[in-house]
Write a protein that binds this ligand. Structure first.
Ligand SMILES: [Zn+2]
Length: 292
């Protein structure tokens, strides 16, 4: 009897201790969950959708922050050291070019998954800054691939739960397919398919649905007056009435163009939105209302 009790407490006491320890803040090892770090907010939903209750996800670039210039905080750096997986965007996005090697040095054992593996990268639409457009997740079709790559990473880390992850992946892929079909249908038959946006984050979205993106921002900076004048002429010619902006960027030049063309400024968030599917439905609605 006393033997049994002592065995019980030998098991229970450390468990109770562990339960208290796991409540400690800033730990990525929440109650035995797989700690996953991602770069941008939209990826949080991708990992949560596949990983469900097995994962604890955090994004390095918080909502409202700019993934082209964001700097990691010391607390974030420490948090990465207990992660099991880093799901990088994998397109040449500045945050990863600047920080990923340092983050991996902090935790060389974590599995680094490249979400862009298998995705055709396209050129940026900024004629003065040619290069790869890093915003691959604005294409719902690209997100299908990103989600598969994330699923492969989780099954490598936790093969025992493969069927759980694959089931979750497949149901999220169905939601993505439905979203893609709805956006395609809602933008069909629109004659004027050119839009103006401050920060050119929508190149992959435009590519999927046959739209043309014109950026106000040039080389990551406010445009010169001559370029502004050209853009205003083009907007007038094409009867563009909406200038898109995003929460991460100053909107003064967008406001100025909108005033010149008698249009309005509409905010859509490519980089900081947490709920991907909901956000993309809002974005699609905004495009439908803007393109007439
Ligand atoms: Zn961007």
């Amino acid at each position: 009897m006393s033997y049994k009790r002592s065995v019980t407490s030998a098991i229970l006491l450390p468990l109770i201790f562990l339960m208290f320890v796991s409540c400690a803040p800033a730990s990525r090892q929440v109650e035995g969950k797989i700690g996953v770090v991602v770069t941008v907010m939209p990826q949080v939903e991708f990992v949560n959708s596949v990983g469900g209750d097995r994962v604890s996800v955090s994004a390095m670039v918080p909502p409202g922050a700019n993934p082209h210039t964001y700097e990691v905080t010391p607390a974030q750096m420490a948090g990465v050291s207990s992660a099991k997986m880093y799901a990088k965007v994998g397109s040449p996005i500045e945050f990863e070019l600047t920080w990923l090697d340092k983050l991996i040095a902090q935790n060389p054992d974590m599995l680094v998954v490249d979400c862009s593996k298998g995705i055709d990268l396209i050129q940026s639409t900024d004629p003065d800054e040619p290069g790869i457009d890093p915003h691959i997740w604005t294409s719902v079709r690209n997100v299908r691939v990103m989600v598969k790559n994330i699923c492969d990473g989780l099954t490598r880390l936790d093969p025992a739960d493969t069927s759980y992850y694959e089931g979750n992946r497949d149901s999220y892929l169905q939601k993505l397919d439905a979203l893609d079909a709805d956006i395609k249908a809602s933008l069909e038959g629109i004659a004027n398919r050119t839009f103006i946006v401050y920060h050119p984050a929508w190149g992959y979205f435009a590519h999927d649905y046959g739209l043309t993106q014109l950026a106000i921002e040039q080389e990551g900076k406010e445009p010169k007056a001559a370029y502004m004048a050209r853009l205003i002429d083009e907007a007038k010619q094409k009867n563009i009435k909406v200038i898109f902006v995003s929460p991460q960027y100053d909107t003064r030049s967008a406001d100025a163009i909108a005033a010149e063309i008698g249009g309005r400024v509409v905010s859509i968030d490519a980089e900081g939105a947490k709920d991907y599917l909901d956000n993309m439905r809002k974005v699609a609605q905004a495009f439908k209302e803007a393109l007439r």
